[in-house]
Ligand binder design. Structure first.
Ligand SMILES: Nc1ncnc2c1ncn2[C@@H]1O[C@H](COP(=O)(O)OP(=O)(O)O)[C@@H](O)[C@H]1O
Ligand SMILES: O=P(O)(O)OC[C@@H](CO)O[C@H]1O[C@H](CO)[C@@H](O)[C@H](O)[C@H]1O
Length: 291
């Protein structure tokens, strides 16, 4: 409560904070987003972090004019892209199992789809991160061994960073962006995938309902990342979605990330901070303190 403004990524995070202040600090709501507790006032508001959407789209447009970056595996080959730190929050083993389930349950996709998973290392010193890496590598090997053949490797797994220009090309080439964290404050990869799409022929975002981004990106295919069957079915739906529906969903998603971009995040935060200084309750308590 000593802060003038406390920012949250989502309404649900902000509401949790308000409930906590009311229940545990005897707080009470004031006007708008202001709250009072323990002799202090603060503003608890939602500022969803955005990306520089227009710049990202332009970069993707320019980069994609250089041609495809992935090897040509014949007409009709579709790509699913995942880009995440190799972190226990990102739901990577569940995602790989869902891809395996897709190939199992929908054999028509065998030989026609590949999953490109970019997962650079993070906090490798911790045992839990070593375990998740072993899990992921075991699953990649299992899927490739089980379904792959001499021509087609189902999962391409890259365990290092990739420059942003290459990343934008990968996003744009992929028919599906697969973002399935078990929990995430926001998730910028989801927004980058949308920004990188070709507007007339966009791909489909499959997004965890437990990512903060899901509150804004409602036209994505929202899934429960613990439910392997639901994810596999969403992947099938994304891979077979008609162009008109892809276009309509993408159009709405793009408008939202363009409106709530990085500049909007910065400006709304600063404006809220400036307004908190003119809060009558705060000015009154400041005056009292000085007296
Ligand atoms: N292999 C990679 N190479 C380059 N950039 C990456 C790679 N993996 C993730 N990133 C970048 O890191 C950022 C991840 O942000 P986010 O999705 O919010 O997750 P988190 O902050 O939890 O890592 C994105 O901007 C993404 O482009
Ligand atoms: O140590 P933990 O378990 O609290 O780790 C939380 C971590 C899991 O990804 O998330 C935070 O650290 C990340 C990298 O350092 C950061 O990118 C993320 O935004 C944080 O929430």
């Amino acid at each position: 409560m000593v802060y003038d403004v406390v920012g949250f990524q989502t309404c649900s995070d902000r509401d949790n904070f308000r409930r906590y202040v009311a229940a545990s600090l005897d707080g009470e709501p004031l006007h708008g987003d202001r709250m009072a507790a323990q002799g202090e006032t603060t503003t608890a508001s939602v500022f969803p972090i955005g990306i520089d959407a227009t710049a990202f789209r332009k970069l993707a447009e320019a980069e994609s004019s250089k041609g495809p970056i992935l090897p040509d595996l014949g007409e009709g080959m579709k790509t699913i892209i995942g880009v995440d730190r190799l972190d226990y929050t990102k739901g990577l083993p569940e995602r790989l199992r869902a891809f395996e389930q897709l190939l199992e349950e929908f054999p028509e996709h065998r030989g026609k789809v590949r999953l490109v998973q970019i997962a650079p290392p993070t906090r490798e010193i911790l045992p839990v991160y070593q375990e998740i890496r072993e899990d992921v590598e075991r699953l990649v090997g299992r899927i490739n061994g089980r379904f792959g053949d001499l021509r087609w490797t189902p999962v391409t797994y890259i365990h290092h960073g990739v420059p942003q220009d290459i990343l934008t090309r990968l996003y744009r080439e992929a028919a599906v962006g697969l973002v399935t964290p078990l929990r995430d404050g926001m998730n910028l990869v989801a927004k980058e995938y949308i920004a990188a799409q070709a507007p007339q022929d966009p791909g489909v975002l499959v997004l965890s309902r437990f990512a903060g981004a899901a509150e804004q990106l409602r036209e994505a295919l929202l899934i429960n990342p613990h439910d392997i069957n639901e994810m596999a079915r969403a992947l099938d739906r994304a891979l077979t979605m008609p162009r008109q529906e892809r276009w309509a969903r993408h159009n709405r998603l793009w408008q939202r990330i363009e409106t709530y971009d990085l500049a909007n995040w910065r400006d709304s935060f600063i404006q809220s901070f400036a307004e908190s200084d003119t809060d009558p309750v705060k000015l009154f308590s400041k005056k009292l303190g000085a007296a």
